[in-house]
Design a protein. Structure first.
Length: 145
């Protein structure tokens, strides 16, 4: 069970496709008995979160608050946590990287979901695993660079 919450004033037509993407990740990782939220916010809001919880005084693109840090946890019902995505950053990064807003929003969604599942990119080895999974998931729903 998950919810995608748009806390911005922006109408985001791409959310239908993002919802389909999330369903693919839920199926791939067998998360039917899991709860999490994806919350879309602006730069100002994510800046506050970043400063308060990470002591970094700037906006960022995505922040996850994982309630489980071990991707090998096996429970009947899991409460994974929350993913905050800056819509402002998604727009600016899509222009910066030369791809669509949908691709950037999808990437940030998958990236956040993998963090909730315990994946990280702190070492080169972990980064390779996580980024390969991201690419596989995005390509499986036809979202390419």
């Amino acid at each position: 069970m998950y919810e995608i919450v748009n806390q911005t004033n922006e109408k985001i037509d791409e959310l239908t496709i993002v919802d389909s993407l999330v369903q693919q990740v839920v199926k791939k990782f067998d998360l039917q008995n899991s709860e999490f939220n994806i919350i879309l916010v602006d730069n100002e809001y994510i800046h506050k979160l970043n400063k308060e919880y990470r002591n970094i005084d700037r906006e960022t693109d995505v922040i996850t608050f994982a309630l489980e840090d071990d991707k090998d946890v096996c429970l009947d019902h899991r409460i994974l946590g929350d993913i905050y995505i800056s819509i402002d950053k998604a727009h600016s990064q899509s222009l910066e990287y030369g791809h669509s807003f949908l691709r950037e929003l999808s990437f940030l969604t998958v990236h956040g979901m993998l963090h909730l599942l315990g994946y990280d990119h702190m070492t080169k080895e972990d980064e390779a695993v996580m980024f390969k999974l991201q690419d596989e998931i995005l390509e499986s729903v036809g979202i390419n660079r």
